[in-house]
Design a protein around this ligand. Sequence first.
Ligand SMILES: Cc1cc2nc3c(=O)[nH]c(=O)nc-3n(C[C@H](O)[C@H](O)[C@H](O)COP(=O)(O)O)c2cc1C
Length: 385
Amino acid sequence: MNPSKIVNIADMREAARRRLPKVVFDYMDGAAEDEVGKARNASGFRDITVTPRYLVDVAERSQRTEIFGQTFASPFGLGATGMANVVWPDADVALAEAAAAADLPFTLSTAASSGIEEIAAKVPDHFWFQVYAQRDRNVTGDLFQRAADAGAKVLMVTVDTPIPAKRERDIRNGFILPLKLNLRHIADAARRPGWSWQFIRNGAPKFETIARYADPNASAQSLAAFIASQVTPSLTWDDVGWMRDAWEGPMVLKGLTSVADCELAKTHGCDGVLLSTHGGRNFDTGPAPISVLPAVRQAVGDDMVVMLDSGIRRGSDIGKAIALGADFCLVGRATLYGVAAAGRAGVDRSIAILQDELDRFLGQSGNPDILTLQQADISHPAIDQ
Ligand SMILES: Cc1cc2nc3c(=O)[nH]c(=O)nc-3n(C[C@H](O)[C@H](O)[C@H](O)COP(=O)(O)O)c2cc1C
């Protein structure tokens, strides 16, 4: 990676695209069906304007933010991304350590290549865990217990994946789990020697967090089948009640965009919601989280944490979300592109780009402190009608 050529997250995406075989890049970059949901996430941010206020002293600027009793360097963390190690060996470790070094939280996915215990030991003060409720409640309960024992500060329960999504790039490319390269992939991988050597040396990524629940002698294929079989289409609010009882710390429902669902999350005792469309990867038809944020904030009031992800590619996107009432944001691909392009150095660079852009956003909009942003003069299609 040549840092002088990586000026923004779009450059980082391009650097990742050049380094990865198409089948891997498309797994990371792709979304569901026509990918209009993914595009809507991006245009949702673009359609918002913030009118700057001048003649305000912005010599000192702070983006430090408190969430669930802990203060972080910025109002964003790294979201859960399963199978990240397919883009770089030990990508989970690079992402987690870069987050902790920047004093930001890192969320480990249930579908991560690395284990709960390994990552928690490396970044104990910055460790959040994302759980997919499993068909077998005992497995879910055990995941909760392990996350609690490992000291996870926040539990994110992802609810936006009742059934598998139709990701057409993956279907066309023949992307299957565990990743197996067919002849077409191998021809492409040959033009990507950096990634290919790493893949040959390290093999296909594992599922350290979840693999222990399958038959220990299971082949890679039957492990993948086991993991798929654990996705449950029957999760309901009753299960949320059960999970609330089973987890003592802060619990956030991830993947909501309906105001009514956010209100239900509150009445079911959740501490927060993460407005998200999984980066457009699941339901192509849903609204951009940023477009529903003002209504959600109004409905749930100030005593519930509202977080947001999906489509964040600029520090100003984070600023806009905070100005519209979010308490915190998560990024998915922005830092994944970084690790895919250059490992730990790439994640560091993605984080630094977002922090620098948010700092400029604060200075230029006349908000020396992130805390004053919620009074910013903001124009948003959903609240301007
Ligand atoms: C490659 C990839 C894998 C993901 N895996 C998970 C996952 O295992 N669990 C989960 O809750 N969300 C997962 N997500 C969704 C992210 O947590 C997040 O919601 C999304 O990436 C945000 O959108 P953005 O990529 O536009 O920032 C994944 C996203 C990507 C790109």
